[in-house]
Design a binder for this molecule. Structure first.
Ligand SMILES: Nc1ncnc2c1ncn2[C@@H]1O[C@H](COP(=O)(O)OP(=O)(O)O)[C@@H](O)[C@H]1O
Ligand SMILES: [Mg+2]
Length: 265
């Protein structure tokens, strides 16, 4: 048994549906899992929570458009005049039977999905071309990926040949009572003011016809609560955590301020 003092606490996560059972089942069945949903709705926190709960080490990779297969698998590096092979996060996760979480997988370059295919079907193998190694993923290894279907970028869609390899779950902003509880837990603000922020969030998310790419995230509402709780005025907190992050357009910002006034008026 581990010494309790060295065990990190499990990150707080408030379930919003059947996602915890799905995760545990996917893990038991050795199947990869894809989490879909808008930014800041709790996907990363969910994976951190489940990894800690199930006692698995977690390797998180934030994918971007320069991320290549070598970034995930590893590469030869020059160390003191010698070349030395250094495992990337995916290879480490496979070797150690850990969880590898590819955040925003659609952002990654195409060669990344090629690497993932033999890992995500019943072969569960990782080919390391540069070293000639072929790793068999142990029981504990699990691949989790996330993507945001809300982005209207046709070039950034997940190909069916990739997405049909994953069990999938849709995430959305938590229902009002859960989101209130999350804001209270994360910021320390009182429930009444958290509920007010959640009402504002709901009003912003219901806006249609405005050029907002996405509604306000749970993350931003938490930021607003943290600022308010630290003593900042409500107006300044909303400005810095909600209005400015959501839009650069002066008209839209004014419309959001009007909505704030209506919501709290
Ligand atoms: N269901 C939830 N339980 C606990 N915290 C949550 C939940 N949903 C969102 N959060 C909070 O919102 C923040 C942003 O969520 P995150 O997991 O980073 O979003 P995503 O990965 O979907 O972009 C988290 O740091 C956490 O504080
Ligand atoms: Mg995330």
């Amino acid at each position: 048994m581990n010494d309790m003092s060295t065990v990190a606490p499990i990150p707080h996560y408030h379930p919003t549906g059947q996602e915890c059972v799905l995760f545990e089942t996917a893990q038991a069945m050795r199947l990869p899992l894809l989490l879909k949903g808008p930014t800041g709705c709790g996907k990363t926190r969910f994976v951190e929570h489940m990894a800690a709960k199930t006692g698995r080490k977690l390797y998180t990779v934030a994918c971007h458009d320069d991320l290549s297969a070598a970034d995930l698998i590893g590469r030869y590096l020059l160390k003191g005049g010698e070349t030395e092979w250094v495992d990337g996060p995916l290879t480490r996760a496979v070797r150690e039977g850990a969880i590898c979480y590819l955040d925003e997988i659609v952002e990654a370059r195409k060669d990344v999905t090629v690497v993932l295919h033999p890992l995500t079907d019943n072969r569960r193998t990782l080919m390391i071309d540069r070293t000639g190694e072929e790793l068999q993923a142990p029981e504990g290894f699990m691949l989790v990926a996330s993507y945001n279907p809300g982005y209207q970028n046709v070039l950034k869609r997940l190909k069916p040949s990739t997405r049909q390899r994953f069990l999938s779950a849709s995430f959305d902003f938590p229902k009002a009572d859960i989101e209130t509880d999350v804001i209270v837990q994360e910021s320390g603000i009182d429930a009444a003011r958290a509920a007010g922020l959640v009402r504002l969030g709901g009003a912003i998310r219901r806006l249609s016809g405005m050029d907002l790419e996405e509604g306000v995230s749970t993350r931003l509402l938490i930021y607003a609560a943290v600022l308010i709780n630290s003593g900042m005025s409500f107006e300044n907190a909303i400005e810095a955590a909600v209005i400015e992050p959501l839009s650069d357009d002066a008209d839209i910002q004014q419309a959001l301020r009007d909505l704030v006034a209506v919501t709290f008026g």
